[in-house]
Design a protein around this ligand. Structure first.
Ligand SMILES: [Zn+2]
Length: 260
């Protein structure tokens, strides 16, 4: 086995050790012509560390789950299984220092590290900015998935090096250069956004914090990748049976493309 595959195997084994009893279900749905997947994950809650509310959750991480195979690439980030996975090989990459998302001014270097990590592992990396789904904005962190979201299979329409996804129901910008991506995030519309990164492709989607009545507890931006994680099994089944409500939810809370 070559070195790259051995490193990836260690990554996957660490995840399985952390979530040996986890089970995941996926339901494909067609939402406004776009193929999406409703996800439901179940795992043993007692495996999770109990973190007092005043403590940053990333300060009490179980060190046995830390993965060091990519320390040379992730110079500013740690890597370990996500505590709340919505699919197998869902990882979290917290900054090695307790630095908030608002304080972090090294986004170019972060994007470069994440692109290198994506290329080394073939994983999709993503980031929810403050106000756009970040559950712990007080500590900078990215997330990674071992499965490519359906969004990445959409065709990109390019013009002058910047692209967009014509078949995605909300506003978005695609860049294949960190300078372009950073220029986009300086736009007030993209202040609150999700970043989806795969190899050299960076997709940015502005996202409202508002919640749709159709999406209930979820913010529509959580669904941007074509994966729709649901916390309760019955809710996941409901979304599978009534995908038209997802489209209504998108229209209600995603920025319109013509606003870009
Ligand atoms: Zn912290």
């Amino acid at each position: 086995m070559d070195k790259i595959n051995r490193k990836i195997k260690t990554l996957q084994e660490t995840w399985h050790r952390a979530f040996a009893d986890a089970s995941f279900e996926q339901y494909p749905v067609l939402v406004g012509g776009m193929e999406m997947v409703v996800l439901y994950g179940q795992f043993s809650a007692q495996k999770l560390d109990v973190v007092p509310p005043e403590v940053c959750p990333f300060e009490t991480l179980n060190s046995e789950n830390l993965i060091h195979e990519y320390d040379d690439i992730l110079t500013d980030y740690a890597l370990l299984p996500n505590r709340y996975p919505f699919m197998p090989y869902h990882f979290v990459l917290p900054h090695r220092k307790h630095i908030s998302m608002q304080e972090n001014n090294q986004l170019k270097s972060d994007l470069e590290q994440m692109m290198a990590f994506s290329k080394a592992t073939d994983m999709v990396v993503f980031h929810n900015s403050p106000g756009a789904g970040a559950s712990i904005p007080q500590h900078e962190h990215w997330q990674a998935l071992g499965t490519k979201p359906p969004l990445l299979s959409l065709a990109v329409s390019w013009q002058d090096g910047i692209g967009w996804l014509p078949d995605y129901p909300g506003a978005n910008v695609v860049a294949n250069d960190t300078h372009q991506a950073l220029a986009v995030t300086n736009d007030p519309l993209f202040k609150e956004h999700n970043t989806i990164l795969y190899h050299d492709t960076i997709i940015l989607v502005p996202r409202k914090a508002a919640r749709s009545q159709y999406l209930q507890r979820r913010v529509a931006g959580a669904e941007i990748m074509g994966f729709i994680p649901w916390k309760k099994h019955e809710d996941a089944l409901k979304m599978k049976e009534r995908p038209e409500e997802l489209l209504k939810g998108f229209k209600e809370v995603l920025y319109r493309r013509d606003a870009v």
